[in-house]
Structures are given as structure tokens and as C-alpha cells.
Design a protein around this ligand. Structure first.
Ligand code: SF4
Length: 734
């Protein structure tokens, strides 16, 4: 049998795209053998070509502009040796890996003695391979003895995690991409899928083209986007009113008896309390609060009630909210009410932002989780993990660790002595960046494991560790439809760069845990994780690097003894849910609205988002001239009525201020945004030309359940600014 990884053209390498959570399959084409044909990047280094992998069951050969250009990013501006400085005012000087690892292990031991384990924290990333996640959280939760391991997935998907867990009994998206080919109604809420998950959106568009009358698409978004351009109906609700809208739909479904009583009776609990809550959400009230026509609300409820199969898709617009978890449950409530789950084309489906946030969830990659969708607050779960890891009983703390923003607050208080950031750039992606910068400056040792030189976070670090990135290390990633792909090592890392899992393991051994961190390969790391998931919802126990290499990507659950298949899998087809009663739960919550609503001083709501050709904080995409030419600068989108009121001119410059910060930026006057709402991209940090730190304006208030900050909405004031006032690079350290 020809192994999956070398089928088709043996000269190519097959992997998963390292950008978004669609997780498309890529075929990487080596730089041309003939020197004169080799494409080179701006530093003169040869570029790997990319094409979509036709055999990958999640993407069938499709690829978007980001995936297609990833080869151009791999060698540009890399960190190659460990660099250290005593203070942020000093220049970096190279040190050896041994010195760097001794420094970290020594500081951990010193901190454990002086302040205890909670004065140490690791902040990881959905860009990690699952193996990196697993070893990092094992180091923190098992060896160091604190659960202070969190990841940038906290800013991205933690409300989905919490919402699924409360409503269905466990994290885990129930659907698969094939559901796009089976639904009659696709409701896209709080997601600009066309720009953020392009290949999946193209699949939806193709289906719409094939069956324009059979499939209806509804988009709920205050801003018109390429996603809403394809919709049969767009509901431009006011920011922060998603849960009101969902309750309004439930109200109408109940009133018109468009509910599935068999499903409710057999498979759910909590219906009565939920029905009581939504009684109050009459169409007139909901339309008034959401700022939409009552007819649009009734139209959506009618489409939902009459559809055979409803698929809801959402991402950050729902999750990044102070009521993110309640809104996720609000979506699930509608599916439970109408029995729209556990069958083709039906279900609530969160679209993961990052390529491997899903793998992180499986590996215990948040401050309240343990591997296999376990939680630190459950004694049985802790004991199962302690036993598997070979740590004494009681080693794992029963208290959830510090979440992303709590780590910032701990530094602010002087409670953290070591903050280890890996594969992420929080000095651009966190909210309230002024406060983050001031807090990080108080931390005595900031370590940054990073593939690229010159990121904003590096400006605040004392120790830089060069990381081998995707393509330079072997490991797995899980995409939004629970499909695990093996990503092989096919290039040499630059200089002395090492895989993150190896670095975390080396520190574990230096702390004296030789047997727990004796991994010799990423395969061994994966085997240990896979065994720990046996019997859990995310059962990976039948998977291994060898199987994935031979058979190609596989979806979980994949218990030991499973047969490889490219067939799509769904959860909950038997109507049994992983709650104590086996029933899914209706969650009855009153909507809260925005944490920071507009007022006389800050009368507009700023929402932030992403451009098609950019990725997160641009550490990769800014290195691709084609992508930069698509989006050369950040633009403030504002409605013509607001622009007129404020005296803003076409292509003019505006000063945007919130309670926390101000910035100046160029204006794009467009009726594609709701009056009263303005939009900025979140990509540009202070190291980028045309710096526009949108997240500096945003507040840090978070969902009480998930801890996910409300990065999607804050109150701002906008005024005209002189043409000369655009910044080239904004201020870095305070
Ligand atoms: Fe990569 Fe996402 Fe584009 Fe697919 S859709 S190629 S995973 S960025």
C-alpha cells in the first residue's frame, strides 16, 4: 500500500494549511531542481510551491490565497539562535540553548521557592501542533504544579467550548463540512466566513449555485461583507444583540408550534424554564432592540421552522462577547427546540479561528482543562491524568489556572515572575494593549518562543527562543470538523531553531522529571495523548502518526480498533449526550447586551475583524507582497450618514478614541456598515508600517463563564484629523 503522505506525486509533501481552522490539505512542492527556475523570497531564499491537496477529505484540493502563498513566508526574517538580555533597555546577545534552558529551569526553581507555582504562567497558541500543546500543559500542570497554562484560543474559541459543554455536556463541534451539502438553511451569525474561512465559504457558494432554491443562506452581521453578499437575507443587528435575536426566533418558533416535541421529550431537559424566558421576547421588542425590521425576524423564524435541516455557523462575532457562552447556548437552544442536530445538514457548528485550536482543546490546552476534554476541577479526571503521567496523586491543582487576561492582571499586580509566551503575539492580539504593555514590563522574566524575528511581543521579552515552525517539525493538527491531519517535517529549521515540544520537555527534564519528559519523537508524544483520550468523547486512541501517515486524515472519535475512512462523522446521531442524564440542556439566560454601550461621549460602537489576505498579527502574511498589496493599509469603515455628521471626507483621516486609547487612521466611507457602528481590522501592531493598534481601543471585560474578552465591541468617538497625522509606526514600550 502506498502511504497517504506520498500518494499522487512522490516529490511533493502533503500537510495541513497552518492558517485558519478550515484545515485545508496542502501539497508542498519543493523549490525547483533547476536553480534558474527557483522562485526566491525578498531575502533571496528559495520558495516552496503550494497547491491544494485533492485527496484531503476536508478541502478536496481547494486552497485560498493565504494557503497558496504560505511557502513565501517560511524563511523570511527568522529567529535563528537564542537571544537574551537582562533588562528591556539592553540589547539582545546570543546565548547557547543550554544556557537558555538552564536560565528558565533555574528561574522556575527559584520562583517555586519564593512565591510558589502560581507565579509562573505559560501562554500558548492555536498555531501549536497538538504535541507542543500537550507537552507544554504537562510541564505546567504536572511538573510545575499550577494550571496557569492558557492559550490565545481563550480569545478565540473559549465561549464555544463553554457553550457546548453547558448545552451538550461536552466540548466538541457536532457537525462536519459535508453538512454544507445537506442543509436547507445555513444561518451564519457573527462570522465573516468568506474572508476568514474562505475555502469553506466557497463550498457553501457552490452548493448555492447548484441548488439556489433548495438552500437558503441567512447572514446576521452589523456589517455587509463578502459573506452577506451571498445571502438570501441579511439581518444587520446592532452589535451585542445576538442573544436577543436568538430568543426572538425561539419565541416565534414556540408560538407557531414549529418545535420538535419528540426530540424535546426524549433528548433534552430544561425546556420549561427556557420557554418561560423566551415568552418575554416578543417580535416587536426584539426588532426594536436589535434595530431590524420585525418582518426580517419573522422571516428568519419562518425559514428555520420550515427547514428540514438547519446548519448554524459562527465564529468570533459570537464568541468574543461578555455573553459569548450564553449566545452559543442560545444557538444550541434553537437546534434543540427543533431537533436540528445529529443528522445530515443539521447542527450548531463553530468555525475555529486557528489551525489547531481544536487540537489544543483535546490536549488540555486551556487553564481549566486536562487532556481528553477533562477538567481540573474534577477529582477523578485529575487522578486519571496524574496516574497516566506518573506524578504523585494531588500533583495537579484542583483550581483552574489564570486565563489569558488574568495572566495580564497577575503581572500588573507583580504576582507573576515568569511569563513564557509561545507561538503567539499578545502585544497585538490582546485587548486594552496599553494596560498589557505596562503589565508585561513588570514581569521579571518574559520568555518568547517564536519562529520570526521582530514581533511586537519580542520588544517586551528578555529571552527569545528560536522555534521550528510548521514544515520544520512533525506533528498533528485538528480542524473545525474534528479531522486530524499529520503535518510532516519536510524542511530543516533555520539555525538552531527547535520544535516547541522539545523545548518544554527539556525544561521538564531539567526540573528533575526525566521519565515524564523522556519523549524521543513527536510520535511518542502523540501516542501518550491518544492513550489518555480512550473512552472520552474526543477518543483518539486508535490514531497514531503511523496510521495518519498511511491512511491520511481521520476524524474523531477514533477509538482503538476503528477502521480508517474518509466518510464524514457527526456526533449525537443517537440523541444521547454526555451529560449525567444523557440529555442535552436548554439554557435559559437573560441577555446582558454590551459591556460598554455607546454613550454621549463615545457615541459609536467599534467592531474589529479580519481581512481576507491577512492573518492575525501579520507575522507571516506581512512577508508576502501579494497579500500586502491586497490590503496595504488599515481603513476605518464608517457609514455615510455618520461621516457626514462628523465632517469626515472621502479618504480623509480620522482620530478614533475609546476610554483607553486613541489612534489615527484613514477613512473608508461605505454604506456596507450599519449607522452607529464603525469597523477596523485588528492585524496592524506597533511594529508594522501604518501601525493602527485597533485592540488598544478595546476593553478587556470578559464572559463570566468562558473568560473570553469582548474583543468585538467597544464605545468610541471619531473626529476628523489632519492629513499629516497618520502614524508610520506607533509607540512600542511605554
Ligand atoms: Fe488555509 Fe484556511 Fe485558506 Fe484553507 S481556507 S487554505 S485552511 S487559510
Amino acid at each position: 500500500m502506498v502511504p497517504f503522505l506520498t500518494q499522487q506525486d512522490p516529490a511533493t509533501v502533503r500537510s495541513q494549511c497552518p492558517y485558519c481552522g478550515v484545515g485545508c490539505g496542502l501539497e508542498m512542492l519543493p523549490p525547483a531542481a533547476k536553480k534558474q527556475l527557483t522562485r526566491r523570497n525578498e531575502e533571496g531564499l528559495p520558495i516552496w510551491g503550494v497547491r491544494g491537496d485533492r485527496l484531503h477529505p476536508s478541502s478536496h484540493g481547494q486552497v485560498c490565497i493565504k494557503g497558496a502563498t504560505v511557502g513565501e513566508t517560511l524563511d523570511a526574517s527568522r529567529l535563528e539562535v537564542p537571544l537574551h538580555r537582562r533588562s528591556l533597555q539592553d540589547p539582545f546577545t546570543p546565548i547557547s540553548w543550554d544556557e537558555a534552558l538552564d536560565l528558565i529551569a533555574g528561574r522556575i526553581q527559584q520562583t517555586l521557592k519564593a512565591k510558589g507555582p502560581d507565579a509562573i504562567a505559560i501562554y500558548g497558541s492555536g498555531q501549536f501542533h497538538t504535541e507542543d500543546y500537550y507537552v507544554a500543559q504537562k510541564l505546567m500542570k504536572g511538573a510545575i504544579g499550577s494550571n496557569n497554562f492558557d492559550a490565545n484560543s481563550r480569545l478565540c474559541m473559549s465561549s464555544a467550548v463553554a457553550g457546548y459543554t453547558r448545552s451538550l455536556g461536552s466540548d466538541g463541534p457536532p457537525c462536519c463540512y459535508d453538512d454544507i451539502d445537506h442543509c436547507d438553511l445555513a444561518v451564519l451569525i457573527g462570522t465573516n466566513t468568506a474572508d476568514c474561512h474562505p475555502v469553506l465559504f466557497q463550498r457553501l457558494l457552490k452548493r448555492k449555485k447548484r441548488q439556489p432554491r433548495k438552500l437558503k443562506i441567512v447572514v446576521v452581521d452589523p456589517r455587509s461583507t463578502a459573506t452577506s453578499d451571498a445571502a438570501d437575507r441579511r439581518l444587520a443587528i446592532r452589535p451585542g444583540t445576538d442573544l436577543v435575536l436568538l430568543h426572538g426566533i425561539a419565541h416565534l418558533l414556540l408560538r407557531r408550534t414549529r418545535v420538535d416535541h419528540d426530540f424535546i421529550d426524549e433528548a433534552t431537559e430544561g425546556f420549561e424554564a427556557f420557554a418561560t424566558i423566551v415568552q418575554a421576547w416578543t417580535p416587536a421588542r426584539v426588532a426594536g432592540i436589535c434595530g431590524i425590521e420585525e418582518a426580517d425576524l419573522r422571516g428568519l423564524a419562518s425559514l428555520w421552522g420550515s427547514a428540514h435541516s438547519v446548519l448554524s455557523l459562527w465564529s468570533m462575532g459570537v464568541n468574543q462577547s461578555v455573553e459569548g457562552t450564553a449566545t452559543v447556548s442560545g444557538i444550541v437552544n434553537l437546534h434543540l427546540l427543533t431537533g436540528q442536530i445529529g443528522r445530515p445538514g443539521a447542527g450548531p457548528f463553530s468555525l475555529t479561528g486557528q489551525p489547531n485550536a481544536m487540537g489544543g482543546r483535546e490536549a488540555g490546552g486551556l487553564a481549566h482543562l486536562l487532556p481528553g476534554y477533562r477538567v481540573v476541577t474534577d477529582q477523578t479526571h485529575r487522578q486519571e491524568v496524574e496516574q497516566a503521567w506518573g506524578f504523585p496523586m494531588g500533583s495537579i491543582s484542583p483550581r483552574p489556572g489564570l486565563s489569558a487576561w488574568q495572566q495580564v492582571e497577575a503581572m500588573e499586580r507583580g504576582d507573576l515572575d515568569l511569563w513564557w509566551v509561545a507561538a503567539t503575539n499578545p502585544l497585538v492580539s490582546m485587548p486594552n494593549l496599553g494596560r498589557v504593555k505596562a503589565a508585561v514590563e513588570r514581569c521579571p522574566l518574559v520568555v518568547l518562543s517564536e519562529a520570526y524575528a521582530g514581533t511586537e511581543t519580542a520588544e517586551y521579552a528578555h529571552l527569545l527562543l528560536p522555534a521550528a515552525q510548521w514544515s520544520e517539525k512533525r506533528g498533528t493538527m485538528t480542524n473545525s470538523e474534528r479531522r486530524v491531519t499529520l503535518c510532516p517535517e519536510f524542511r530543516r529549521p533555520p539555525g538552531q531553531a527547535r520544535p516547541d515540544w522539545q523545548v518544554f520537555a527539556a525544561v521538564g527534564r531539567r526540573l528533575g522529571f526525566k521519565s515524564q519528559f523522556s519523549f524521543e519523537s513527536a510520535d511518542q508524544v502523540y501516542d501518550e495523548l491518544a492513550a489518555l483520550t480512550a473512552g472520552r468523547l474526543c477518543d483518539l486512541s486508535g490514531l497514531s502518526h503511523q496510521l495518519l501517515q498511511a491512511e491520511g486524515p481521520q476524524q474523531w472519535p477514533y477509538p482503538a480498533g476503528s477502521t480508517p475512512t474518509a466518510e464524514a462523522k457527526r456526533l449525537y446521531e443517537n440523541w444521547v449526550f454526555p451529560t449525567p442524564s444523557g440529555r442535552a440542556r436548554f439554557i435559559a439566560e437573560h441577555p446582558l447586551g454590551l459591556a460598554e454601550p455607546p454613550c454621549d461621549t463615545f457615541p459609536l460602537v467599534l467592531t474589529v475583524g479580519r481581512y481576507l489576505g491577512q492573518w492575525h498579527t501579520m507575522t507571516r502574511t506581512a512577508k508576502v507582497p501579494r497579500l500586502m498589496s491586497m490590503h496595504p493599509e488599515p481603513l476605518l469603515e464608517i457609514h455615510p450618514d455618520d461621516a457626514l455628521d462628523l465632517g469626515l471626507e472621502k479618504n480623509g483621516i480620522a482620530a478614533v478614541s475609546s476610554r483607553r486609547a486613541s489612534l489615527v487612521t484613514k477613512v473608508l466611507i461605505t454604506d456596507r456598515i450599519r449607522p452607529g457602528t464603525v469597523f477596523l481590522p485588528m492585524h496592524w501592531g506597533f511594529m508594522q508600517e501604518g501601525a493602527c493598534e485597533a485592540n488598544a481601543l478595546m476593553h478587556e471585560q470578559a464572559c463570566q463563564v468562558s473568560g473570553q474578552p469582548e474583543l468585538k465591541a467597544t464605545a468610541v468617538r471619531v473626529v476628523p484629523a489632519p492629513q499629516s497625522s497618520t502614524s508610520s509606526k506607533a509607540a512600542g514600550r511605554l
